[in-house]
Design a protein around this ligand. Sequence first.
Ligand SMILES: Cc1cc2nc3c(=O)[nH]c(=O)nc-3n(C[C@H](O)[C@H](O)[C@H](O)COP(=O)(O)OP(=O)(O)OC[C@H]3O[C@@H](n4cnc5c(N)ncnc54)[C@H](O)[C@@H]3O)c2cc1C
Length: 466
Amino acid sequence: MMLNRAQNYSAYIVDGEVIFSGTDPWYHYRSTMYVVQNWPATMPFDPWTNFPYGTRSGQFGTLMDQVFGTIALIVGLGDPSAETVGMVVLFAPVVMGALAAIPLYVLARRLAGRIGGVTAIAILALSSGLFLQRSIVGVYDHQVAEALLQVTSVLAVMVALSVAERDKPVYEQFLEPLLDAKFGERKDDVSAAWFLGRVKFRGERDLLRGEVLGYVDGGFGRLLDALVEAVGREHVETGTRVTDVGIADGRVESVTLDDGEERVEESDGVVVAAMPNVLESLTGYECDVDFQGALCAVVTMEESLTDTYWLNVAHDAPFGALIEHTNFVSPERYGGDHLLYVASYVQSLDDPLWQASDDEVRETWLSEVGSMFPDFDRGSVSEFRLARAPRAAPVYERGYLDLVVPYDLATEVAEGVYYAGMASPAQYPERSLDGGVVAGYECADRIAARASGSETGARASPRPGD
Ligand SMILES: Cc1cc2nc3c(=O)[nH]c(=O)nc-3n(C[C@H](O)[C@H](O)[C@H](O)COP(=O)(O)OP(=O)(O)OC[C@H]3O[C@@H](n4cnc5c(N)ncnc54)[C@H](O)[C@@H]3O)c2cc1C
């Protein structure tokens, strides 16, 4: 293939100077010279193209020029003459054309055996037409590079697909166990759009440092203390349940509170920051978001269990994740104790785990930890504190975004009713403490806009990061 394509090379050397066929190879030659002189930078602007104005040149493809500029630098031992660069790029299309035969052979052999591979390169080598025209000496242009890269890409995709088929690495070994742990028998109801949104959200990580996790030094209690102080302790009631919201003439006029004794307080607005079933019981607003329950335990240990912060459990275990908090925040902060957080979701309150007593959950979980980590010493566990939430997280079913509860429910319920709970838009695609804070700001903006008489909902309060 190479001999056939290179045989006419002497026609391109005139009086010791290298010339090229057509105009584009001259452009690529200039671009390659630029790489040689400014390696590894490529030519951003070419004054000779679209003369006399010049033009940005990135759209012509600079990788080929960068590669052959680099080869010219190697051949010229770091300081190639213009003739050396000319000779390198003169033969570049011949080399690229011949190289295309290698991935083509491998590709055809995978499909049709050795005879198929040999036949494919024989056809490539002997056929006339564009591939031949673009891969002969002197035609230093990008088309032959495209053919080479394309056949290489097809081969790479083919290999990747067969490795995926053989090893089943991504879905079966990684994603499916996560979906099983999180959604159990509900996993087929979960929306792919939510899943992609979540992957994108979590994928926006620092390239060098990976996922950057935030932790409020001292825990979220510090944030709550600061908020209470800012609002004034006298304005905050804890241990008090809201049992009703009084509405008259389309407006909120009171809330009924119960702290052991029931009383009614005048109010012209409420922000419901609880699960949507609470919103429904207080205001009648129905929300069809389905929730899953969760059981979480904080296990206090004298010794560390793993060297990992977050371990998703892929096998069929009675919990979905083991999170060793003290591999993220130093155990010194906890008097030398090591804290392990064990969590499991349940899709229904009939789930045997939910039905089990706290002692039974402790036994089930610690014995599973023991079978996963033979060195685990149950004697080192000093405390096991279990919490249960019947509605811990939404099941992000198909059509979920049609079910989210708006921040301002003036139209749907009554003026002065706002929602900042788990079914609010800020808790999608991920529900988090951040989402709760954002939902609070969104409601505050709307309340401030209404108070100032503006219905535009203009942003009135700063956001985290402002
Ligand atoms: C296993 C698990 C792991 C998680 N991990 C993380 C994480 O690593 N990072 C993160 O950011 N988030 C995490 N989350 C999510 C996070 O916990 C929630 O997003 C967050 O707690 C939601 O806050 P919220 O204030 O909206 O609701 P909640 O925390 O549910 O608060 C609602 C409050 O309203 C009160 N309430 C209910 N009804 C009434 C009533 N009638 N009157 C008065 N008060 C009432 C409730 O008692 C409750 O205190 C996790 C959740 C789970 C289940």
